[in-house]
Write a protein that binds this ligand. Structure first.
Ligand code: CTP
Length: 440
């Protein structure tokens, strides 16, 4: 017999409360209780909605406290602000309100360092003036809960938790969760909001779900809409899917529906890229703390020429921090690694590798196991070697900064790297001789 899913009564507010208490950290549960209690007292019912409800049913932790309120959310947000300000265990309480959208966001920090935010969104209708445009929001008057849920992406995300009635599920989200279906709520969903094409692939990859046949048909018809979105919106979706636990599965599904090339026409997925994703999955922990998506973006870009990699990150408007690594990995793979061999002296390794960030070198080491020992040697043994003397000492010897000055310092560094100078005295003697030759 199949286990009951979920293993608690979804119509019992008490059972739901217990699940929340089990899955949420104490701070989040405390905040949840205050929001729903005050909401009831003020007759502004506040229901948890979206991903956190889906994940609660799946028994997964989700810390996004997203509430929908059945009348204008701001009075509740203001009361919560007052209440939290009186609590001795809370600090840094901030409230941000958006009048036209009827949304409010409260940021709170606990004395133990936990930070969290609470989103309160007035139940709304949304209209799309044209495909892919951002929606126009209508909260005056607030919509019904059913209307608010209907504007959402998939049935599994169109669920709400009422503190008095338990699960609210007008579109069969629980059944789809149980059966593993991704189902849109109306035929125009992907046309209105093409980011949902990628979101769908992301959920399919994360949960191992499938698009229901009708949804899949609409998805295939809407594919070209993704390429028409702004670069920022395409980039955000790519970043999210690359940051998932199994980005390879996400890429596979995106590619299956020709969506990867809609994100950027140069991006491609084939068995070689897949192999590299699997290599990285095994070794990503070795790359110094860096946002995971950058590592996978670099892996995608390693299969493009350096100019193409540069084009992808620039055109998708990645931040400087994220954009610098992928083209470096491409250059390493295509231009530099082929030149590496065990005959090279440390100074020659330095000449080839010093301009690259350590993260790019770590990624290259995972992607090219045959070159990994040399890259490891460079990272672990060569980069810590530094001359003890420098420009100041040269100035003391009477030299002025300039081209020759720099050449001498380069010679000093190379000699230290190659183990020819192993003490401060040896470095001093080396510099004195070179300086003398110039000054004489
Ligand atoms: N949503 C939507 N269409 C979008 C984005 C969001 O309908 N393009 C709705 C969904 O109901 C979603 C909720 O807004 O559940 C919150 O969005 P978000 O936080 O982006 O998604 P989650 O479902 O929480 O997914 P994740 O677990 O990846 O955070």
């Amino acid at each position: 017999m199949q286990a009951k899913f979920p293993p608690f009564d979804v119509k019992s507010p008490q059972a739901i409360r217990e699940q929340l208490e089990k899955l949420l950290p104490v701070s989040h549960f405390f905040v949840y209780e205050q929001v729903t209690k005050l909401g009831q007292e003020m007759d502004i019912p506040a229901l948890l909605v979206g991903g956190i409800v889906r994940d609660l049913l799946l028994g997964r932790q989700n810390l996004d406290l997203d509430f929908v309120t059945l009348s204008f959310s701001h009075p509740l947000a203001e009361q919560l602000l007052e209440y939290f300000e009186e609590q001795p265990g809370l600090t840094e309480i901030k409230l941000l309100k958006h009048d036209a959208f009827g949304t409010a966001r409260l940021d709170v920090a606990f004395l133990d360092g936990t930070k969290l935010h609470i989103d309160l969104a007035t139940a709304r209708y949304e209209h799309y003036s044209q495909p892919g445009a951002l929606p126009t929001v209508d909260i005056d008057p607030p919509s019904t809960l059913e209307e608010d849920l209907k504007r959402r992406d998939f049935t599994i995300n169109a669920l709400a938790l009422s503190p008095t009635e338990g699960l609210v599920d007008p579109y069969g989200g629980l059944e789809d969760l149980r059966e593993g279906w991704l189902r849109i709520l109306h035929p125009r969903s992907f046309i209105d909001d093409p980011t949902r094409l990628v979101r769908g692939c992301r959920f399919a990859a994360r949960f191992g779900y499938k698009f229901d046949p009708d949804t899949e048909k609409h998805l295939r018809e809407a594919v070209s809409g993704l390429g028409k979105l702004t670069a920022e919106r395409r980039r955000n979706e790519l970043t999210l899917i690359l940051a998932e636990v199994a980005p390879d599965r996400g890429m596979q599904i995106l590619n299956k529906y020709d969506l990867l090339s809609q994100i950027h026409p140069l991006l491609k997925w084939d068995s070689e890229v897949e192999q590299d994703f699997l290599r990285i999955k095994q070794g990503e922990h070795k790359v110094r703390p860096y946002e995971r998506f950058v590592i996978y973006l670099a892996t995608l870009c390693a299969h493009l020429l350096p100019v193409q990699a540069e084009k992808v990150v620039t055109e998708l408007r990645y931040s400087h921090e994220a954009a610098k690594i992928p083209p470096q990995v491409s250059r390493l793979k295509h231009e530099v690694l082929p030149k590496l061999n065990t005959q090279l002296a440390n100074s020659q390794l330095y000449a080839l590798l010093h301009e690259f960030d350590p993260e790019a070198l770590e990624i290259a080491a995972i992607l090219a196991p045959d070159k990994a020992p040399l890259l490891r040697h460079y990272l672990d043994k060569v980069t810590p070697l530094k001359p003890q003397l420098g420009g100041d000492y040269l100035k003391e010897l009477g030299l002025k900064p300039g081209k020759q000055f720099k050449r001498i310092l380069d010679q000093l560094r190379d000699s230290v790297l190659d183990g020819k100078l192993v003490s401060r005295e040896a470095e001093a003697a080396f510099l004195q001789k070179l300086a003398k030759d110039i000054l004489d």
